[in-house]
Structure formats: structure tokens, C-alpha cells
Design a binder for this molecule. Structure first.
Ligand SMILES: NC(=O)c1ccc[n+]([C@@H]2O[C@H](COP(=O)([O-])OP(=O)(O)OC[C@H]3O[C@@H](n4cnc5c(N)ncnc54)[C@H](O)[C@@H]3O)[C@@H](O)[C@H]2O)c1
Length: 349
């Protein structure tokens, strides 16, 4: 994808603006985890940026090859995630990883990595930044967008499976997108994670957060269910198809790991962030029974070119495995703020 001619002047002006803060080609900005986290990005801005990124991707206004992966140990991965967004003059790559045993083994988070952000007119690196917080907030914002278009807006119950980094962000977002919630069920195989989520988040949330005793209790009682646990290889589902009533909205951060395959095959609408990426993941073995027929991409539903929820009885599954364009939209905002406010260290190239 090439920079449209009409944007060339604006791209040159953006580069001039960057040059007033940074010697492009001689140095780059390094943003640590704390630097990135300290940048004031209101949640509604992040949600808006992420929705725009989903729409731009599905409208084919971005250049984003499917992520390529390495799988060094069982259930682990590195993903190389490049994206170019012409309208934002943003190009870069995330090198992210997920090692589910990290917390137990080393005390590290499961998901981490770095992002390189480049000048699109010269290709020079402009910044290297931690990706943990960006991944955290943009992933929850994808689920937020999916809920907005796929769930009944008057839903009174929400279930969160996995109470880690993503589970917390998802739970925080849930009341904003579903203002009538009266109960939020949470479940985690590591019970302390559920307990500490409740202790930390309950004071700021109007709905009652209830620790579910089992997957079954959570699934049967929640109209909208999100999960962020571990992307597992192989097929060992813990959620039975018979527990799933019509009308539920099921949103996945870790692919098909938790549910029996029949849930996906039975869905009235099966929606993904990227059709192309799903095909790539078939090659990695994530869909041993093949993927269900894809009704639409999340960005098509958000743009209104495909319908979201049409009636209360629909079973809708949204499988959003994550896209580099989501990162790039947030990265551009982070980079601009950091530059303008002198945040981060300057490193020579
Ligand atoms: N789709 C995306 O764009 C995207 C982005 C980031 C992370 N993720 C995925 O989200 C998941 C969670 O990431 P995180 O950063 O929140 O990790 P985390 O380690 O902070 O939290 C995961 C939580 O899930 C719990 N858990 C693990 N297996 C479980 C199971 N079978 N049932 C219930 N709970 C279980 C763990 O005890 C932990 O508390 C990972 O699979 C990661 O790959 C997806």
C-alpha cells in the first residue's frame, strides 16, 4: 500500500513537526513501561482509536500482513506484528510474546514485548517503546467495541473468565458499555486472582461482582461473556455447548481454547477481527476442526457495512485475536504526546 499523493504534503509536515523535537536518523525515543503508562490517554480516547483502527482495517485502508509466529514452548508464542496506517503516517511493528507460565515461574507478566515506530518517509526508527500497557488497553477496547455492536445494550449480567491483566481491564470497561449491568460474574482457575480483582475493582463499580464457583455457573448466568486466559494448543474444552443458551454474546481473547467446538459451529454470527489472520492461524493449528463460517469482521460491524446483533435470540461469537493496526493507532497517540512533552530517553542510533 502506498501513501496517497494527497497525503504526501501532510506526511512531510508531520515529519517536520517530529524533527522539531528529534534528530531523525541520529536518535530515537525510548519509552519504558512507566513512561507509556504515564501518558494521559483517557479510556474513551483509546476506545475511539481502537474502533477507528478496526474500521480502517476492514475498509482496507491499512497495510497489515497477518502476524507471523514462533512457538518455542508448549502454549507459548512470539508474534511479529507489523502495520502501516497511511492516514496516520504511522508504520511500525510489535514484537510481542505470551508465556502463560511466566507469573508462576519467574514473576513476570504473561504478555509483554516491544514496539518499534518508524518514520514512514525515510524508514528511520523514531521510537522503541514497551508494548505491555498498550496491548492491555487496546485489547480491552476491542472487546468493548465488540460488545457495543454485538451484545444487547440492556444486558444485566456480564461474565469475565480470567481475572488477570486483561480480565481487569475488561471488567472496568464492562459497565461503561453495558450501563444496566447488575451482576458481573468472574472466574479464574487461580482463585486469588478473582478475589483480588473483586477487592480492587468492586469499590469503583456499581454492579455487584460475584466470584463464580465454576465455568458453568458463570456461563449459565451471564448474557455477555468475555474470556482472557491462555491461548492453548490442542483441544481440551472446559465449557460445554449444552450450557450455552441462545441470545448469548461470547467474546474471546484467546481463540477457541475454552469452549467446545460446537458452540462456534452453532453460532448465528461468528465474527473475527481479521479473516486473513484466521486463515494464518489455521496453519498454526489453532482450529483443529476448521474455523466456522465467518459472518463478518468486527470492523465491518462497527462501520455498519455488516449488521451486528439483530434480535435477542441470536448466539453471537466474536473472536478477536489482536491486530497490529490497533497498536499503531494507539502508538501514534503515545508517540506524539511523549515527543511534545519530552517524555522518555533519547538513544543514539
Ligand atoms: N486478542 C488479543 O489481542 C490479546 C491481547 C493480549 C492478550 N491476549 C490473550 O489474553 C489472555 C490473557 O492475557 P493477560 O495478559 O490478561 O494474562 P494474565 O496472565 O494476566 O491473566 C490470565 C488469567 O487467566 C487465568 N487462567 C488461566 N487459564 C485459565 C482457565 N482455563 N480458566 C480460567 N482462568 C484461567 C490465570 O490464572 C490468570 O489470572 C492470554 O491468552 C493472551 O494471549 C489476547
Amino acid at each position: 500500500m502506498k501513501l496517497p499523493t494527497e497525503l504526501f504534503q501532510a506526511a512531510a509536515e508531520y515529519r517536520d513537526w517530529i524533527s522539531s523535537f528529534l534528530r531523525i536518523g541520529e536518535e530515537l525515543v525510548y519509552l519504558s513501561q512507566d513512561d507509556v503508562k504515564g501518558i494521559p490517554l483517557p479510556p474513551e480516547r483509546v476506545r475511539d482509536l481502537v474502533e477507528q483502527s478496526l474500521i480502517a482495517y476492514s475498509a482496507k485502508k491499512t497495510d497489515m500482513p497477518s502476524k507471523i509466529a514462533l512457538h518455542p514452548l508448549q502454549d507459548t508464542f512470539f508474534h511479529a506484528m507489523p502495520a502501516y496506517v497511511p492516514e496516520l503516517f504511522a508504520a511500525g511493528i510489535k514484537w510481542g510474546s505470551c508465556f502463560p507460565e511466566n507469573r508462576r515461574q519467574f514473576g513476570y507478566p504473561q504478555a509483554q514485548g516491544l514496539i518499534i515506530f518508524n518514520d514512514q518517509l525515510s524508514g528511520m526508527p523514531l521510537a522503541v517503546m514497551d508494548c505491555k500497557y498498550i496491548t492491555e488497553i487496546r485489547t480491552a477496547a476491542v472487546t468493548y467495541t465488540a460488545i457495543k455492536y454485538l451484545a444487547p445494550r440492556d444486558a444485566v449480567s456480564f461474565g469475565m473468565i480470567g481475572c488477570g491483566v486483561e480480565g481487569r481491564q475488561h471488567t472496568k470497561n464492562s459497565m461503561t458499555v453495558l450501563p444496566n449491568l447488575s451482576t458481573i460474574y468472574v472466574y479464574d482457575v487461580f482463585e486469588d486472582a478473582a478475589d483480588s480483582l473483586i477487592a480492587d475493582l468492586q469499590p469503583g463499580i456499581g454492579a455487584k461482582i460475584v466470584k463464580a464457583a465454576s465455568y458453568e455457573e458463570l456461563v449459565k448466568n451471564s448474557q455477555v461473556i468475555a474470556s482472557a486466559t491462555i491461548a492453548k494448543e490442542g483441544y481440551d474444552p472446559v465449557i460445554k455447548e449444552t450450557w450455552i443458551e441462545p441470545g448469548k454474546t461470547i467474546l474471546l481473547c484467546e481463540g477457541h481454547t475454552l469452549y467446545e467446538d460446537a458452540v462456534f459451529k452453532r453460532a448465528d454470527k461468528y465474527i473475527v477481527d481479521s479473516r486473513e489472520q484466521v486463515e494464518q492461524f489455521v496453519l498454526y493449528g489453532y482450529y483443529p476442526f476448521g474455523h466456522p463460517e465467518i459472518y463478518a469482521e468486527t470492523g465491518e460491524v462497527a462501520a455498519g457495512t455488516a449488521r451486528g446483533r439483530e434480535h435477542a435470540g441470536e448466539l453471537i461469537v466474536g473472536n478477536n485475536f489482536g491486530m497490529a493496526v490497533e497498536d499503531m493507532f494507539v502508538v501514534r497517540a503515545v508517540f506524539d504526546y511523549a515527543l511534545e512533552h519530552g517524555i522518555g530517553a533519547r538513544l543514539p542510533l
